[in-house]
Design a protein around this ligand. Sequence first.
Ligand code: NAP
Length: 301
Amino acid sequence: MYDIGIIGGGTAGMTAAIYGQRAGKQTVIIEGSTFGGQITSSPNVENYPGIASVSGSEFSMNLLDQATKLGAETVMEQVTGIREEGKIKVIETAGKEYPCRSVILATGVTHRHLGVPNEERLTGAGVSYCATCDGMFFRGKDVAVVGGGSTALQDAEFLANYCNKVYLIHRRDEFRGEDSIVKRLEGKENVEFLLSMTVKEIIGDAMVEGMILNNKKTGEESGLEVSGVFIAVGQIPQNEIFADTVKLDGSGFILAAEDCVTSHPGIFAAGDCRTKEVRQLTTAAADGAVAALAACKYIAE
Ligand code: NAP
């Protein structure tokens, strides 16, 4: 029996484990793919207080190390659901069960797709959602990054180190991401902004060969020859399996306020998977702490 079962091993989940263990509770973190979550694909994190610069993967490894040294157990399995047995919440995975006194949902978010022709077919053949994972394959080539948030800006900056040319395609005239990165990109000779542009189609037979773009202001269509398309247009939650357990909002985020309390007693939500305005590393970590302490209080009561 665990005191706190944590579903999701990103920043929120691992912070919850650190706080839970330090409060004397036995925690288990159940993660379906990568410990560290989405920040592992960030080449450089520069806005976490107290750490001027660190790679996303090093940040994640440090968190995991800290949590496990405190005694948190880790499991690499896909959660399929949660059922209630009296006051016990049983987390179910394919073939295993984890009885817990309380549960923290820290499932994060997954990559949003553009939904344009050939995107799915050419994924892995020039279309990628992770510049840090796949960027090296495009050394010396021309590539495009789609999106205007911090991820797209960071991806463009990272790819500019290897690629011959990086086109940054954004649907508006202004970027949503950090100004400081925009300024750095403006100073790079091999980066070109294509603003007020949307992607109509990705072209290629076996591999990506280019894209068709649409200028939102003039309505003109144009072709762009690139070997790689890095899509960074935000994230979507993945909470469908909990829809019968906790209330979700219209977009699929778990309804929970700053106290991380969900509609289900004893089940808390932390990090990007819950309804919130600001989705940052700092707010994910803050949620992890709040949810863990709330779970401790719930167990005590
Ligand atoms: P985001 O901030 O939600 O930005 C998504 C971008 O994609 C926006 O510019 C949006 O355009 C665009 N977009 C959305 N749907 C689109 C579509 N169908 N077609 C074309 N463009 C589309 O996502 P993110 O950049 O992944 O960042 C997510 C969160 O993580 C943010 O809070 C960000 O600050 C944070 N983050 C932090 C770090 C760090 O180093 N600490 C690094 C990366 C990300 P509009 O602007 O027009 O809506």
